[in-house]
Design a protein. Structure first.
Length: 289
């Protein structure tokens, strides 16, 4: 539920990154600005976004995500409404800086908040929350383009001002609940069990194969289990770094092994041969003809 709420907030709140791109040609034409001058509102939006992720992130650590989100909703509402009435490019640029700061709340801080609510599926939860930024960039330009064509960029910004306040304020209040103490204790316990002191300048090697035998994450890691979920295996990477071979082997490996495993009297006849590599090269078996 919290992940769905975060996704909805991100879909609306992250429009601040994309709206200025859509209206930029209209702004340039109205104010008679050159290309470099017209790009100033976008530049200040990005500066505000970068600064906001740091500043608002610290605020979230101190006061929680709900207060930050309420501030973001009001900031986006005021920023868009003020920008819609901007008399010149300088005023619009200053207000875009405010919009950038408010928008940042819906990215880094929101992602950080959702990460506290997941332990086993934290990676996918963070990825879904982060995707709201890019989904916003896919959806809002289409909506704004229609408004822009019919009523102009100022009307489009007034629509965004109202939408930010009406949608984000009530959703922000749904994020007031804190992380359950049981979940917090479990996360701290798991972190303590994995804690290691790393000397300064030491070389750290990420042993992904050993990680797949972590009993805290993989039940009975030393057993052969045909019901083990595919997500427990990271031979082909994980998340944004997943290899294309992941999808291929989901089809190829079952197609190869199912006929063999269905053979009657299937038994192992010798040791596994790794061939001096981390990967098994062969495993001799026998079965009834």
């Amino acid at each position: 539920m919290r992940l769905a709420i975060s996704l909805c907030i991100g879909l609306v709140g992250n429009v601040g990154m994309w709206s200025i791109i859509v209206i930029l040609p209209a702004v340039q034409a109205e104010f008679g600005a050159g290309r470099a001058d017209a790009a100033l509102p976008y530049t200040l939006t990005m500066v505000g976004f970068a600064l906001g992720n740091y500043v608002i992130g610290r605020a979230v650590d101190r006061w929680g995500i709900t207060i930050a989100m309420i501030g973001a909703a009001l900031g986006l509402g005021a920023g868009f409404a003020g920008a819609a009435m901007a008399p010149n490019l300088a005023t619009l640029s200053a207000l875009q800086f405010i919009i950038g700061i408010a928008t940042a709340t819906c990215f880094g801080p929101l992602i950080a908040d959702i990460s506290h609510w997941f332990l086993r599926r934290r990676g996918i939860a963070v990825a879904i929350a982060a995707s709201s930024n890019y989904l916003s960039g896919a959806i809002w330009p289409l909506i704004l383009a229609d408004i822009l064509a019919g009523q102009g960029w100022r009307a489009a910004y007034l629509v965004l001002a109202v939408t930010a306040v009406v949608v984000m304020l009530p959703l922000s209040l749904l994020l007031r609940a804190g992380v359950p103490e049981a979940a917090r204790a479990e996360a701290e316990h798991a972190a303590t069990l994995r804690a290691r002191a790393v000397p300064e300048g030491a070389l750290v090697f990420a042993a992904t194969h050993s990680a797949m035998f972590d009993g805290l994450e993989i039940p009975a890691p030393d057993q052969f289990r045909i019901d083990r979920p595919w997500s427990a295996y990271i031979h082909w990477g994980y998340g944004m770094h997943a290899c294309f071979g992941d999808a291929i082997n989901r089809a190829v490996i079952p197609a190869m092994l199912k006929p063999l495993l269905a053979r009657p009297g299937l038994t192992r006849t010798g040791p596994r041969d790794d061939g001096g590599t981390p990967f098994p090269q062969s495993l001799p078996v026998a079965f009834d003809a």
